[in-house]
Write a protein that binds this ligand. Sequence first.
Ligand code: PBG
Ligand code: ZN
Length: 336
Amino acid sequence: MNQKPLPQYPALRPRRIRQSPALRRLVRETHLSVDQLVLPLFVRSGKKVRNPIASMPGVFQLSPDELAREAIRAHALGVPAVLLFGIPDRKDDRASGAYAKNGIVQQAVRLLKKELPDLLVITDVCLCEYMSHGHCGIVHREKRGATILNDPSLKLLSRAALSHAEAGADIVAPSDMMDGRVLAIRTALDGAGFSDTPIMSYAAKFASAYYGPFREAAESAPKFGDRRSYQMDAANANEALREVALDIAEGADMVMVKPALAYLDIIHRVKTEFGYPTAAYSVSGEYSMVKAAGAKGWIDERAVTMESLLAMRRAGADILITYAATEVAGWLKNDR
Ligand code: PBG
Ligand code: ZN
């Protein structure tokens, strides 16, 4: 090499801007704020029910009264939004509980909007928790196995989304990954006078082993097969962008990438490519890993949680969906 070495100018000292906490804060590029947090909650029927989920310490299946308490606690710390999942008393092969007028989520939405009108209530729209077989769409069984019926599932998903909006949901969030569901839901909402209800679509949802603990929490593990015919292959990033493009074309107002930590490249590309409000869903497995290692004293739970959320923000996420939202809100408050 005949290149001359760089002259050692005294000006070349990157360390200079890291000398003090105030200086570090002054030059910080990315910020975590309570305004970005969404807390997922699981609701089931009953009174004073708090069923712990073994694989997710600190997370419970809650009856509506306890759900309200949990939401009040989060909201008091500044968490602006919750994401509701329902666990019905009965499941069937039409997912009736998903769109019942007095279904568990519909009841919970009405209660939360009454108790906490300022809290944004987002509802997960899917069929798996309500289906006896645990799949996100209608299943057609044949001799050679089972197939998911995409288009008939859209009717049920639209009914579910509409019933959530009627109950007062501020945002509906379809997580099923059937093709065409954003348009079907948008059309159903508009047709019933809910043209102002936004859709946050689980646009790039990968078939992921990180959902393991959630399936215990929501009692939604598929009884046979898996979700690989409708959820995405972890190997595919371009396909994720196509999925997001379709959802936006169909009328999605916000898009989500899920899981988060193992898919930061996708978050970054989605935000850069489309510039839409982008949510990162830090899923059950991400939460459980940090909790477990933290409980063993192997990692600093709080520091790892904050670092991970910051990474999602740095990648481009505007909205952070995390089971740790209430704890994080508390930490952010104490940092002030
Ligand atoms: C179901 C659904 C899943 C999650 C949210 N909605 C799991 C799945 O597809 O089995 C995962 C959430 C988590 O793991 O925290 N439509
Ligand atoms: Zn589902």
